[in-house]
Design a protein around this ligand. Structure first.
Ligand code: 13P
Length: 333
């Protein structure tokens, strides 16, 4: 097994998942604003310190995706975060895409290929072992267009190729947004097509599938659609599109939470894993959530030092429950 395959396998270790803690300062500001937490570099560092120093998280987390700023920050005790995480047995990763640019009338494509090879070698030097690139696919009137999906896929595949070349395991994340009033069936159609186009591009770019992770949305009705689907229905549709569109050689699949509540994200993951097991799906499946893991923790912390231990307890409970769901063993009691 080569180093890339080994990293991918370790990220997908049974009963563990990946925390996405890679919010840019501007996204992080939105989260902080909700609780009046000062938007400073040191408060962002303190927030990440709270998460990363929570006792026992290495039992449930195989990796954590960082933002560039965090890669160069230190714990209170003066250790660089990537070094600190690696010392706990948690693989540090890095988000490498850079915002989006307008595409056509009302769509967007993700940027970040300029100078990417140089940035990747710098990130590897700083201790990152895997990377993530997110593309945004919006369902609306006449969207997503074939051209937008194809351009996002082309860039994502090129990123994945460069990442592997730099010795870093890529996670391609074509996120189909939950926002909108589209139906459950329409979401399934868009996720299916997005996966097909993405893997066509990945294949064309010569990316090694056994050293690649897919980060995907679940198949869900649009947030404003009023349509309700059970975790079992979500699981059936999600596993169906994955089995149809994801090559069996892919190292593994991780889910984003995308604005679901923590409870929804956990229950649905649990059903998806059970359904995938029943259908003998070829890849490990787990979580790579940001909001569904972090939101209740920030609510408990609110930027107040004295709340740290309480917030860490909330975090530990959230990741242990979600890790149980990644084995199909979560129960609400
Ligand atoms: P959410 O779980 O909040 O969707 O975040 C996952 C992620 O990494 C988005 O890029």
């Amino acid at each position: 097994m080569n180093t890339l395959q080994n990293t991918a396998k370790t990220l997908l270790a049974s009963g563990k998942g990946i925390l996405a803690a890679d919010e840019s300062p501007s996204t992080n500001k939105k989260r902080f604003d909700k609780y009046g937490i000062p938007d400073t570099e040191d408060m962002r560092r303190k927030w990440r310190e709270l998460l990363f120093t929570t006792p026992d998280i290495e039992k449930y987390l195989s990796g954590i995706i960082l933002y560039e700023e965090t890669l160069g920050q230190e714990t209170d005790s003066g250790m660089l975060f990537p070094e600190f995480l690696a010392g706990r047995g948690i693989i540090p990763g890095i988000k490498v895409d850079q915002k989006t640019e307008a595409f056509g009338k009302d769509e967007e494509v993700t940027k970040g290929l300029d100078g990417l090879a140089e940035r990747l070698s710098e990130y590897a030097h700083m201790g990152a072992q895997f990377t993530k690139w997110r593309a945004v696919i919006r369902i609306g009137e006449g969207t997503p267009s074939a051209e937008c999906v194809a351009e996002n896929a082309r860039r994502m595949a090129e990123y994945a190729r460069l990442s592997q070349q730099a010795g870093l395991v890529p996670i391609v994340e074509p996120e189909v947004l939950l926002d909108g009033n589209h139906s459950f069936a329409r979401c399934e159609e868009v996720v299916a097509n997005t996966l097909k186009v993405t893997f066509d591009a990945v294949h064309k770019a010569g990316v090694a599938l056994d050293s690649l992770l897919l980060k995907t949305s679940m198949v869900l009705p649009g947030k404003e659609s009023g349509e309700k689907r059970s975790p079992q229905e979500v699981a059936e549709a999600t596993v169906r599109v994955l089995m149809a569109g994801v090559p069996k050689e892919v190292a593994g699949i991780v889910f984003l939470s995308g604005g679901q509540t923590p409870q929804e994200a956990t229950e649905r993951l649990n059903e998806i894993v059970k359904t995938a097991q029943a259908k003998s799906a070829p890849w490990p499946l787990t979580f790579s959530y940001s909001r569904a893991l972090q939101d209740p923790v920030m609510a408990a912390w609110q930027g107040i030092e004295e709340n740290t231990a309480k917030a860490q307890e909330v975090f530990k409970r959230r990741i242990s429950e979600t890790a149980a769901a990644s084995r199909g063993e979560f129960s609400a009691e």
